[in-house]
Design a protein around this ligand. Structure first.
Ligand SMILES: *[C@@H]1O[C@H](CO)[C@@H](O)[C@H](O)[C@H]1NC(C)=O
Ligand SMILES: *[C@@H]1O[C@H](CO)[C@@H](O)[C@H](O)[C@H]1NC(C)=O
Ligand SMILES: *[C@@H]1O[C@H](CO)[C@@H](O)[C@H](O)[C@H]1NC(C)=O
Ligand SMILES: *[C@@H]1O[C@H](CO)[C@@H](O)[C@H](O)[C@H]1NC(C)=O
Ligand SMILES: [Zn+2]
Length: 508
């Protein structure tokens, strides 16, 4: 019998079954369901409706205080979800972050997540990492800061000068006095408030990259950069992060005497700041830098970075985690266009490649995932498109490549509106190696990683996912870091002590 005939017979048989099928009696129905539950390892104590099998589900909470904490957390979570079920307007966790942030700030779940020892932050960009308050209230009030207006689009440009450079530059204090609306315009230029069209992702990216360009002369002023970077560490420390891997293009710095500082000097500054920070924050584990030039960097210049990385690695053997490329993936060029350079870098360094940060399917951007995986990228940045590629998903699982998920960034850059539709739902449910990250929290008025943890916990997994999910996410952030095995063990021990201390001190 040929295959086709066999298929036709089976199909006819199935249709007849459906047509003839009268509904089964309740007892038979329940029998079928319980056989399914049994076959899927769901015990008699679990009701199918309350079953959670995703990340962290294998953890058994035994410490009584931890169980009390979990009960407390879940009662807060239930309350917010019930409130959202009765009025979806009040389910802030899934909504547009720009609108929901003020409500998240009042959430009990969020308050608890902020205090939780969260381990490490593994995907964020060096010039988008502090609160807007600090940039605005502190940095823009410094001496020697001047401002001029762009003639075409009326946006402002900031820069430090030793002496007044003359028209069209004006001292920032003078602008503030003469133009009452100046401050609010300046603030608007620092964040990616929702633009009118969410459909044109390129337009969103143009605005996004314009913020980097706008902030650059403010942040890369040598004395400011030091303070700024110290503040980055302070804010993350206060968010209960103890270690960071930060992507940076190591931007050139400048000072009042017209001196410029190259990539190496910028790395020197960062290294010094981390050391200073650690003398006053003795339980901070440290920072590693992932050198990340723009993907649109000319190939000749990109090739010179191979030597630069080697030199920096000799100078600071523990400070460089590896290499990545930044900038809008959809705008290209794809990874496959620079394979000789990436393979050369891969000989001595780990890769942490952004890949598949896109809604497209079957184009160069999502196919970057193939190169990221075949280049043995240690982790993948975003991997948003991965769930559309079952074979790549399997490879990611087999090679245990961690996925750096930055939910709020994805929403703001137009990949998803309602977080309940984010592919992270699938990744958590299927126990992928996820680490939660913040990407560029400054630009949407966030700080640290807690906001991303909150929206994940509330809107991107089962209602029944509990403290065990959060615990495993913290563990993942240590496990998939670029620390050495012995450093990880040490960090994990310290984290475990912090975790227990937090749990035990939470209830007076
Ligand atoms: C700005 O922050 C620095 C530390 O980064 C601090 O020493 C200084 O007092 C702050 N200045 C203002 C005006 O807040
Ligand atoms: C890269 O830039 C250099 C110097 O600006 C230029 O000479 C060279 O032609 C460029 N190479 C490519 C491949 O665009
Ligand atoms: C990636 O890892 C596999 C398995 O260890 C190895 O065979 C392959 O050569 C590696 N590829 C690269 C580009 O390093
Ligand atoms: C999920 O992954 C963890 C390791 O991260 C593992 O210990 C656990 O057994 C896995 N759970 C399932 C259901 O496979
Ligand atoms: Zn990123």
């Amino acid at each position: 019998m040929s295959d086709q005939i066999f298929i036709v017979i089976v199909a006819v048989f199935q249709i007849q079954c459906v047509l003839n099928n009268k509904s089964v009696p309740l007892n038979d129905y329940l029998e079928l369901k319980s056989r399914f539950l049994f076959a899927n390892n769901i015990t008699a104590d679990d009701h199918f409706e309350t079953y959670y099998a995703g990340i962290g589900a294998h953890i058994v909470l035994t410490d009584p205080n931890e169980m009390t904490m979990n009960a407390q957390l879940m009662s807060y979570k239930d309350k917010e979800i019930d409130s959202g079920l009765s009025d979806p307007n009040r389910f802030y966790a899934s909504q547009s972050f720009f609108k929901s942030k003020i409500h998240i700030d009042e959430s009990k779940v969020f308050e608890l997540i902020r205090k939780l020892p969260k381990g490490a932050s593994l995907h964020s960009h060096s010039t988008a990492l502090v609160s807007i308050n600090y940039i605005f209230n502190n940095l823009t009030y410094r001496d020697n800061l001047f401002v001029k207006q762009n003639s075409n689009d009326k946006t402002f440009i900031l820069k430090f000068f030793k002496n007044a450079p003359g028209w069209p530059w004006r001292a920032i204090q003078e602008m503030r006095l003469k133009h009452p609306e100046f401050n609010s315009q300046l603030k608007r230029q620092m964040t990616l408030a929702l633009s009118t069209s969410r459909d044109n992702k390129n337009a969103i990216w143009t605005r996004f990259e314009a913020i980097f360009t706008f902030l650059r002369p403010l942040l890369t002023f040598y004395p400011v950069f030091k303070d700024y970077f110290f503040q980055v560490l302070e804010e993350h420390y206060n968010d209960n992060i103890r270690y960071m891997e930060i992507r940076s293009g190591l931007p050139e710095l400048y000072d009042l005497d017209g001196r410029f500082y190259d990539h190496e000097a910028t790395l020197d500054v960062m290294y010094g700041v981390v050391n200073d920070f650690m003398t006053t924050h003795s339980n901070f584990v440290g920072v590693k830098i992932i050198f990340s030039p723009n993907r649109r960097t000319n190939l000749t210049i990109l090739a010179t970075y191979i030597g630069f990385l080697k030199k920096m690695n000799r100078k600071y053997p523990d400070f460089l985690a590896g290499f990545d490329l930044v900038g809008q993936e959809d705008a290209g060029p794809p990874l496959k266009s620079m394979l000789p350079i990436l393979l050369e870098i891969r000989k001595n360094f780990k890769l942490f490649l952004h890949a598949g940060e896109t809604l497209w399917n079957g184009v160069e951007t999502d196919e970057n995932l193939i190169d990221a995986i075949f280049l043995n990228s240690s982790r993948i940045g975003h991997g948003y498109a991965l769930v559309k590629h079952p074979r790549l998903l399997k490879m990611v699982k087999d090679k245990d490549i961690a996925l750096e998920i930055c939910p709020i960034s994805n929403q703001i850059l137009g990949l998803v509106n309602d977080f309940r539709n984010h592919p992270l739902n699938f990744l958590i449910a299927n126990n992928y190696s996820v680490v939660l990250c913040s990407d560029d929290p400054s630009f949407w008025g966030a700080t640290g990683v807690s906001y991303d943890w909150y929206v994940t916990f509330m809107a991107m997994t089962s209602r029944h996912a509990d403290l065990r999910l959060l615990k495993q996410l913290a563990i993942n952030s240590i496990k998939y870091s670029a620390l050495t095995q012995s450093e990880k063990i040490k960090f994990m021990k310290q984290w475990f002590i912090d975790w227990n201390q937090f749990i035990n001190n939470y209830f007076p």
